[in-house]
Design a protein. Structure first.
Length: 132
């Protein structure tokens, strides 16, 4: 729930396969429009990108992603490189992958780390939605 309205979240966490350590999400609320992200967590780094269809939301993400990088660096103890830089994931890219989305190498990480990452990112997006 965001402010007095509800939103939708589609979430995909990949573990135990050739693409282990990937988290994709699509967050949608009236206030923000659709926000998507794709992230790869390895034992040494966290890389990822956010995309947004709404220009105000994209600007808010750009202004706040540095703070999220700092929080996640402290929490996970790895090099964190999150940015805002693509127009978002289509539904097809969410389920199958698509050119233009970040490309990551495989590496195993714990399921709990992926769940922790998911919680932090969703909390960040809720704060962005409340600020729009």
């Amino acid at each position: 729930k965001v402010n007095d309205s509800t939103g939708n979240v589609s979430l995909k966490i990949v573990e135990g396969s050739n693409e282990s350590g990937i988290m994709k999400l699509i967050f949608s609320a009236v206030e923000t429009g659709e926000i998507s992200g794709e992230f790869k967590l390895t034992p040494d780094a966290l890389e990822g990108k956010f995309g947004a269809e709404d220009s105000r939301t994209k600007e808010l993400l750009e202004n706040r992603v540095g703070g999220l990088n700092e929080v996640l660096t402290s929490e996970f103890g790895v090099d964190v490189r999150l940015s805002v830089g693509f127009d978002g994931l289509s539904q097809m890219a969410f389920y199958q992958g698509e050119e233009g989305a970040p490309d990551y190498k495989d590496s195993a990480v714990s399921t709990q780390s992926l769940y922790n990452l998911t919680g932090r990112v969703l909390s960040f997006l809720k704060n962005v939605a409340e600020a729009v």
